[in-house]
Design a protein around this ligand. Structure first.
Ligand code: AMP
Ligand code: MG
Length: 356
């Protein structure tokens, strides 16, 4: 297996089954209170022992994350939630049965043994069981529940490759496990099952429509779908109130019918280009030809919103590397993964939205 050391951080390239054995060392680091970044099916996570308040503290420090923003705890087997939660509502049993392993995080009442550093001071704990063989092998090797927020510096787009993690965290953590690109590309859906009916606190990789097949009356925290910045105090997932997912360039989202979007974006592009700004259009397959010679990056297809989710963060980071100053992004329909994509895009834009 390939091993590299970058600024003191060990980078392990896991490419096949045999390489999984090397994760014993990663597990040992976790038991010693160190931090290890690991791949999941959504984005890369920054792992630490969820039961160790000092490890949780190191996670906040490495990311520059506000300490009231709770960490999601990752387990490798459903029964591993038992020592962490006070009760498992019947509805949660059904959701776990259907969506675990997978990109669904459930918020439970926490046992007192779960450090409040991990829960951001809350009496609830968010838990998920990821669908990635390397994540599962790593958690099993640690023999501890793993607190794992996205492995980016706070505020930046989430990492979907090990290179993204290296860019943000090399020199700040003990190890990075590299398993290539993540698949889903956006974070898990956070669902609160301590309230009835359950409520989505953050849209993510499992859609509202999928959840409603199991729990027809699931609701959505209105602050996650609104087109203006949420008022402080109204947001139920603490992390959703902060500036998030933002590249260095300015993002503007244009929302409406696709033909109208394309016409407005073309006009905006010409305006910024005339000012000498470095502009790029983040387009979709269906509209890309409308932009002619203008600099266009096709993020995915409207007909396959999952393709947009998979590429979104990677594209935002690439624009930074290229020194793009203005990113003109097309809004998509807020159905299925489109709800998740728009939640991330609007935040990345700091709610700079133009409706056409
Ligand atoms: P990240 O760690 O970057 O994937 O973000 C985790 C998200 O889950 C943030 O928006 C957190 O605020 C949210 N979250 C984690 N734990 C809880 C909890 N106990 N209650 C409500 N939201 C939570
Ligand atoms: Mg995050």
């Amino acid at each position: 297996m390939e091993v590299e050391v970058i600024k003191g951080t060990k980078v392990l390239k896991v490419r096949n089954k045999e390489d999984l054995e090397a994760l014993e060392e990663a597990g040992e680091l976790i038991r010693r209170g160190e931090l290890v970044a690991f791949p999941t099916e959504t984005v890369y996570g920054l792992g630490g022992n969820a039961l160790d308040p000092e490890a949780a503290g190191k996670i906040y420090a490495a990311k520059g994350r506000p300490s009231d923003n709770p960490l999601i705890v990752h387990v490798a087997q459903p029964e591993e939630i038992k020592p962490l939660v006070r009760e498992v509502p019947e509805v949660a049993e059904r959701l776990m049965e259907r969506f675990w392993p997978g990109p669904l995080t459930l918020v439970f009442p926490a046992r007192p043994e779960v450090p409040r550093r991990t829960t951001g001071g809350l009496d609830t704990v968010a838990i998920r069981l990821p669908a990635h063989p390397v994540a599962l092998a790593f958690i099993a090797a640690a023999r501890r529940p793993i607190a794992g927020p996205s492995a980016n510096l706070s505020g930046r787009p989430s990492p979907t490759t090990a290179e993204h993690v290296i860019a943000d965290l090399a020199g700040r953590i003990a190890m990075i496990i590299d398993a290539g690109h993540t698949g889903v590309g956006v974070e898990s859906t956070v669902l609160d099952v301590t309230v009835s009916p359950p409520q989505i606190l953050r849209p993510g990789g499992i859609t509202l429509e999928e959840l409603r097949q199991v729990v027809p009356d699931v609701t959505v925290d209105p602050t996650t779908v609104q087109d203006t910045p949420p008022a402080v105090g109204r947001v139920r997932a603490p992390g959703m109130k902060y500036k998030h997912y933002a590249p260095q360039g300015e993002v503007i989202v244009v929302e409406g019918a696709p033909e109208r979007i394309a016409a407005r974006i073309a006009a905006l592009y010409d305006g910024y280009a005339a000012q000498g700004k470095k502009v790029v259009i983040m387009a979709t397959c269906e509209t890309a030809s409308a932009y002619g010679e203008r600099r266009t990056a096709v993020v995915g297809a409207r007909a396959d919103l999952g393709s947009i989710a998979a590429n979104l963060f990677d594209f935002l980071r690439r624009f930074d590397e290229e020194g793009v100053e203005v990113i003109l992004a097309e809004g998509v329909e807020m159905v299925g993964l489109g709800l998740t994509v728009m939640n991330r895009l609007r935040k990345a834009a700091g709610y700079h939205i133009i409706k056409v």
